[in-house]
Design a protein around this ligand. Structure first.
Ligand code: HEC
Ligand code: HEC
Length: 303
């Protein structure tokens, strides 16, 4: 957590309101929550989100969870803090398509906001820095550690799982090699990695930011928490269900992808070696990462 933006009850409350505030978009139709839907783990159920001009993006709006532990944001990791991230969708022409001075003017004229900024930051003066700080505070409260999996994590009692889920866990940490990048607990190692989708990537991922060929098609390792409710999957939402993801990992890894992550080697050796049941079991396990309280928590919904 950045030292210049400590969490306060008032800051989080303001951030929650701003996350659901359509005045952040040029025509007043979109809020952050329009593309980051709580029932979908704060991801977008559509493959590509649609901005206020009707234009589609080229990346899927990811689920938002446990972001306070992350250090790189967006699929290509181009922002280093939640504050810096929250600045961007407001001015992105294919998202909210607004100008910060106009947004700030609009908020100043809404009677509820100056007192809320005063309560949160000790000043009724509204500016973009305080807006993104409040939103980042709210996002840091989007914490999910209350899935059925967590009962097992806390007690080691594997009877919380069905047989299918237990076999899925064994495969997940064993032959499937999933835990190498999505370790138990956080279910992400916070890295940016190339999983071997195709030999010629349309989206260059991290390399689009650094210009380095060694960063080609490296994307942020997703947390798998709430993955059961946050379809579609991957940076471009190409897979509409978890079976399609399993088929990719177990059958269709592209060995000739330049810059393939070394942690994919074990899976490469096992291509085509998984039965249908061995693809179903990890899916059952992944569903134990769904936190029903998180999806329905009233303190995250529109105030
Ligand atoms: C029009 C749809 C849309 C709107 C509105 C929108 N987002 Fe997003 N969001 C996206 C997409 C698409 C991405 C992925 C873009 C990329 O990686 O290049 C994203 C990525 C993010 C991420 C990165 C998550 C991660 O794991 O790195 C955060 C955080 C986020 N958005 C928060 C917000 C906030 C806060 C707002 C409001 C100020 C907002 N979004 C408004 C579509 C949207
Ligand atoms: C080398 C690291 C690595 C390994 C090993 C790995 N993953 Fe991933 N995983 C990633 C990365 C990186 C992404 C995002 C890739 C993208 O968007 O192009 C991802 C994305 C996913 C997604 C989509 C999440 C979302 O919200 O879009 C699922 C589901 C998933 N992985 C499950 C698994 C399973 C199950 C295994 C084991 C069979 C596995 N992963 C093995 C790195 C890895």
């Amino acid at each position: 957590m950045p030292t210049d933006n400590p969490l306060t009850v008032e800051g989080v409350a303001l951030g929650r309101r701003l996350f659901h505030e359509t005045a952040l978009s040029d025509d007043g139709t979109l809020s952050c929550a329009s593309c980051h839907v709580q029932a979908n783990g704060f991801g977008d159920p559509r493959r590509f989100s649609i901005g206020t001009t009707g234009q589609e993006g080229t990346r899927h709006a990811p689920a938002l969870v446990n972001l306070g532990w992350d250090t790189a944001f967006f699929w290509d990791g181009r922002r280093a803090s939640l504050e810096a991230q929250a600045h961007d969708p407001v001015v992105n022409p294919i998202e909210m398509n607004a100008r910060w001075p106009e947004v700030v003017d609009r908020l100043r004229q809404l009677p509820q906001y100056p007192p809320l900024f005063h309560a949160a930051f000790g000043t009724p003066h509204i500016d973009s820095v305080l807006v993104v700080r409040a939103i980042a505070q709210f996002e840091r409260t989007l914490v999910s550690f209350n899935a059925r999996y967590d009962q097992f994590h806390a007690t080691g009692d594997s009877t919380v799982f069905t047989d299918e889920e237990r076999r899925g866990l064994v495969l997940y940490v064993g032959r499937g090699a999933c835990a190498a990048c999505h370790p138990l607990g956080m279910f992400t190692d916070h890295g940016l990695r190339n999983v071997g989708l195709e030999p010629f990537n349309v989206d260059s991922g991290l390399a689009g930011i650094t210009g380095l060929s060694t960063d080609l098609a490296r994307f942020k390792v997703s947390s798998l928490r709430n993955v059961g409710v946050s379809a579609p999957y991957l940076h471009d939402g190409r897979f509409s269900d978890l079976m399609a993801v399993m088929e990719f990992y177990f059958e269709h890894l592209e060995a000739t992808t330049p810059n393939l992550d070394h942690l994919m080697i074990d899976l490469l050796d096992e291509q085509g070696q998984f039965t249908h049941a061995e693809k179903m079991d990890p899916i059952a396990f992944l569903h134990t990462l769904t936190d029903p309280e998180f999806a329905n928590d009233p303190s995250f919904s529109a105030p």
